[in-house]
Each structure stands twice: as C-alpha cells, then as structure tokens.
Design a protein around this ligand. Structure first.
Ligand code: G6P
Length: 374
C-alpha cells in the first residue's frame, strides 16, 4: 500500500490529524447504534476471569497502563502490566482463570511475541482453570501475534508510518475502553446509567480531538519557541493520566532527543524534584476529577522550584490560570475518558519541538518502527 503525506510536512503530523477518524472508525466497528458493544469476544475467554496479565513494550506498554486502570476500576478485575522483555525471563507464578493480553501495534515485536508464546506453552497440559486464554490487541490482523493469540481486537487505525506511535496509541486506548466496558457489563460492575454516560462521552471524542487540533496546534507550536535550549523536561500526571505523562516523555525523547521523564505527580517529592530549576520545564496534566486538587498541589511544588509550568487542563479553569505559566486548555470530558484528549497535546508538543530543531521526525535515530529481534 502506498501511503502519502497529503500535504503534511511529516507522516507523524498527518497521523496525529487522522486521530478523530481513527476514533470514529473504531467506534463504528465495535459499538452499534443501540450502544451495544461487540468486540466479538467469546464467553469462554471472558467467563470467570479472576485476573488479567498484560505484556507489551514502548508506547503499547503505556496504553496497557491505562488499560490496567480501566480493567480494575471499571470491570473490577485485578490486572498487572509487564514489559514483555522482563516477563520472558521472570514470569510470575501461574494463576488460574487468567486472561493474558499481548498489546502490540505491529503485531511483530519479538519480546511481546515471545512472552505470549511462552505463556501459552507453559499453560498447555495444565488443569482446565490454567488453560491459556489469550487475546491480542494489535493494528495488524495478519500479524504473528494474532495467530499466536487466536482472539484479536483489531485497532483499525490504518498503517502508521511515523516511528513514534500516535494514532495506534489512541486506538489501543479505545480497545481498552471497550474491553473494560464489555467485561464490566458482563460482570455487572457498572450501572446502566454509568455505561450510557461513558458511551455518550466516547462518541463525543472525535469532535473534541478536532477542536483541540484546530484551537491548540498553533499555540503549542508557538510555545516551543521557549524550548530551543531546553535539555530536560519533566511530565507529571496522576491516576488515569499518569501513563499519559509517561507517554508524553517518551514521545519527546524519541523524536527530539531531549531528556524527559514521566512521573506520577505525587512522586515528584521523592527524587525528581531535586532536578527542578528554571531550566527544567514541567508539563502537568491536571484535569478535573478525583485527583485534580492533588495534581494542582504537586504542580505548585514544582513552581516553587522556579520551573516553567505548562498545564494541560480543562477549559475555563480559573484556578489553573493562576498557577501555570502556560495553559493548554482542553474540552470538558469525563475523567475516565480524559487520556484520549490529554494525549493529543503531548504528541503536538513533542512533534513541534522536534520539527523546530529540524530533526527527522518520522525516522528518529536509533529507533525502528517494529523491533523484530530481541
Ligand atoms: C518500537 C517503536 C515504538 C513502539 C514499540 C512497540 O520501539 O519505536 O514506537 O511503541 O516498538 O511496538 P509495538 O508494535 O509492539 O506496539
């Protein structure tokens, strides 16, 4: 398939702009007009699942951390997330009725394939409760992970050319939303009303992402003027947005070669705060919800160390306006769905910082789109 840039300077920017369409396509594929979720997962896979084990690498690992939050908080299923490369050489003791999920955009990442294959093999021949229940979340139906797992959620994002994952990440997040809602509905861990509320919120996301792209991209591009000399960045978030802070730092590292770290905001005081001064900007995600006040007070700790503070906040947040030096305002959104919106400025920030430095955004040094060797 020939994929073109269609007037965008880089594939990465084009793929960022494709995200509203990716969300629409995903919802169209798995959510019918009556709001019934249909991921096509058999009851044998989902029934009596007692715990979930996820293996992934890179950006897929970050999506999996959001997945853990959702599977635990929405569906009530204890979930662990491991780097595939670590899981392979120190697999946890076998547990019964475990759903194993391999998350990989390409479907070919060697470590993730090996981890899933190992998990399958060590369960074969064991008693029924230990039989492998495998699921792949991938953007490639024809991939190796799909054939190892047997069951697949196809993320339907279309081919991604930029090495730094953007639209496939958003699609992986959606897969976890629908999976958590599906499992939650089967186990009745969430009410009809709450389910409706979340589904209504999901349907608003494409227009909300469009609004962010229209209203914030220029501003974020302007903002990057300040960072021509910056050598370190800290990203913080809490709760469901902690993994988005990790992803923001990873995107920046990958394409701009600036040192960046993501932290859960409450951990700042346990080490990284020692790094902070006027030369180290802090990007803080502080969307309304259960951890808003905590995130704000953590941001204030950073401000007291003279860091430039960039807030990813909800529109018209007067309180945030007082604290942050720069604000990236996002549309109002249910806290549970906020990662889909907070991820967008992370991508734009990394993109524009790297593009301003004249770097090869689509083909960053030392990285490969798909890592098929260990
Ligand atoms: C490579 C890419 C990353 C990606 C990771 C996992 O390192 O550069 O962008 O997140 O592989 O890829 P996967 O295909 O397994 O999602």
């Amino acid at each position: 398939v020939m994929v073109e840039k269609q007037g965008f300077r880089h594939f990465m920017l084009k793929e960022i702009y494709e995200q509203p369409g990716v969300v629409r396509a995903f919802l169209e594929a798995y959510l019918d007009a009556a709001d019934v979720i249909n991921l096509g997962l058999p009851e044998s896979l989902c029934k009596d699942v007692e715990n979930i084990q996820i293996v992934a690498c890179g950006t897929s690992w970050h999506a999996s951390l959001v997945g853990k939050y959702l599977l635990e908080q929405v569906a009530g299923i204890p979930t662990s997330v491991q780097y595939s490369s670590e899981f392979r050489y120190a697999p946890p003791p076998l547990t019964a009725n475990t759903l194993i999920i391999g998350v990989t955009q390409s479907g070919e990442t060697a470590d993730t394939l090996a981890a899933l294959t190992m998990e399958k093999e060590r369960r074969i021949g064991k008693s029924p409760a230990y039989q492998p229940r495998l699921l792949a979340i991938t953007n490639r139906l024809d991939s190796s992970i799909a054939s190892v797992a047997g069951q697949v959620i196809d993320t339907h994002a279309g081919i991604e050319i930029g090495v730094a994952a953007t639209k496939t990440f958003i699609a992986q997040l959606l897969a976890f939303y629908l999976l958590a809602l599906d499992l939650g509905a089967r186990r009745q861990t969430l009410s009809e009303e709450r389910l409706e509320e979340i589904v209504t919120g999901l349907r608003q996301l494409p227009a909300q992402i469009e609004l962010i792209l229209e209203s914030q991209e220029r501003y974020i591009q302007e903002l990057t003027h300040q960072f021509t000399e910056t050598q370190d960045f800290i990203f913080v978030g809490r709760g469901i947005n902690f993994p988005i802070a990790l992803e923001g730092a990873l995107k920046l590292k990958e394409i701009s070669y600036i040192h960046a770290e993501g932290y859960p905001a409450g951990e700042l005081k346990h080490g990284p705060i020692a790094l902070l001064d006027a030369k180290v900007p802090v990007v803080a995600i502080a969307m309304p919800g259960s951890v808003y006040e905590k995130a704000i007070s953590n941001a204030q700790e950073a401000k007291a160390r003279d860091s430039r503070l960039i807030g990813v906040v909800q529109m018209d947040d007067a309180h945030a306006e007082e604290i942050f030096d720069d604000l990236i305002p996002l549309p109002a959104v249910d806290e549970l769905l906020s990662p889909i919106l907070t991820a967008i400025p992370m991508q734009l920030l990394a993109y524009h910082i790297a593009a301003r430095r004249g770097l090869d955004v689509d083909q960053p040094r030392n990285l490969a789109k798909s890592v098929t060797v260990e």
